[in-house]
Design a protein around this ligand. Sequence first.
Ligand code: PLP
Length: 662
Amino acid sequence: MLNSQSESSSLSQNDRAVVDIPLGSDLGWTVSDSEKLYNIEGWGEPYFAVNQQGNVTVTLEEVGSKPIELLEIAKSVSQQGMGLPLLIRFPDILADRLARLHDSMAQAIARYEYQGNYQGVFPIKCNQNRQLIEALVDYGKPYQFGLEAGSKPELMIALACLASVKEGQPLLMCNGYKDREYLETALLATKLGHKPIIVIEQPPELELLITIAQELEISPIIGLRAKLNSKGIGRWGDSTGDRAKFGLTVAEILHIVRQLENIGKLDWLQLLHFHIGSQISAISTVKHAIREASQIYVQLAKLGAKMQYLNVGGGLAVDYDGSKTNVPASKNYNMQNYANDIVAQVKDACDQSGVMHPILISESGRAIASHQSVLLFDVLGKSQICYDNLCPPSPTAHLVIKNFWDTYQEINHTNLQESYHDAIEFKQEALSLFNFGYLSLVERSQAEELYWACCRQITAMLQDTEDLPDELASLPQVMASTYYINLSIFRSAPDSWAIDQLFPIMPLHRLQEKPSVKGVLADITCDSDGKIDKFIDRQQTKNTLELHPLDSKSPAPYYLGMFLVGAYQEIMGNLHNLFGDTNVVQIKSTSSGYEVESIVRGDTIETVLEYVHYDSKDLLTIMSNQTELALQNQQITSEAAQKLLLNYASTLNSYTYLNLKI
Ligand code: PLP
């Protein structure tokens, strides 16, 4: 276990997840009830919706396509041997996000009669995947949309991908730690027609840059990353302020101005950059930062720098829970508000001081890349009810069992808390009697079943109760069913595990049917942290997700989707338990529906074993030698030996996830 989380009630971890909590009658349940329940309009519009058949669809409006059922895509690609989990990318959504950002900025520029233009860049760190970056550069051509590199590997990607732009000159923002190799490569790329802007984030970088620029006789465009005083917000709030890892204080900025002035190269300084953190949920935070940065920009221009660009960094948030509020999983503004505030404030500051309006740059990652990826996965099963055998105690039963039974029988709306306390006490008493040899295994099991029966009864009655005492309020979560999902949270949704980030998750089908079970999700890693027990809700978060029952009437397969996972998740995922990359398909809309543009098979077991330096040929040789020896010693039949070796070889070549036919 990597990170223990405390349970808020007196129940232990082993006790949980044994019964379904019914959500009440499903009479009259409609698709629109499901839409409301999962708030798909809030976070999914205009791309995701539910159709009348109760299936989640995607609409790629750019080309006026009709809605496509996500499960239909999964079924169609499964015929090519591509099982779940499956990551589907929709480049049309990527194009739409880019166009929306650009249009919002263009509208703001027109509205405020701003004299500069907008030339955004995409931070490669957000999703380095080749298909995505190439698509982005392509869609960005009309806007001269560029790339931001935060490391040498990302610089390599940026230089190669931007080479496809034949008209105009998108910007190449060079951020992150830089050594001689980084700086030389970036500067020399200007000879190929690239437009790198070297952003100084740490004071010592300047001297190295000056040396290299003079050696190469190339005049760099220099940017300075400011540590603003305006405080960021939320999880990444420390990206600015005095304690920030990156950036320059005002004193350091002034020192750099003097250094450049002293060598007569102040004209190299042309850009001011800041980044106040990702997922800025409050527009007021954006406003404060822009106000401060605009003033620094204006002052630098007044000091004689040839200022031309103001880069407002990332931070444009995604409404993961669809609540449109200032909570970490949401934002209280839209793209247009964001664009308006940037343009209006920069214009004001420049006009007041008679400084030319700069070209505006943003490094929005999350807001561009999140929506285009959906992760589809299947449910393998769920935890079982464990009070199936509950029946009245026999006359010879131990007194504790008889009393426990009476407590169970007498639960009503007026004694919920008292009954809960009694149930806990009887369970503990039964356990100590068992430990001292006074209770049989059967009686102990009766006590446990009675305990869960009491909890279930109390939980069902709680649904009509207001102002719950804390200890009872946590019961529904403790009682939630566990649905086991064919997925590694560590690989596919690392932010859910590492920083409790919320992603919208919902069933992909059966949405005309009431999801009558409250559950939590447990992945297939053997780590107790590999679970999801926080879900989006209209008000804050909820600890359980409404799911459909998996019973004899509607057994598995049951399919779920995790949405808005296109930013940061793919690259930050890890190989815990050696679950590798998932299968990926890229789907393009066509006038008649859709086409599978590309397929990237997920890692095979052989591939993930190579990451940890196992050679599959060596492994096969070892297995074959072992089997040979066992055959000689007559420990195994030749038929079984052959089967074992065939299985071993084919498993090496198979998907790391469970292989369930869709
Ligand atoms: N620019 C810089 C310097 C960053 O560090 C980041 C990420 O934190 C971004 C841009 C992208 O931020 P976001 O994904 O919030 O747009």
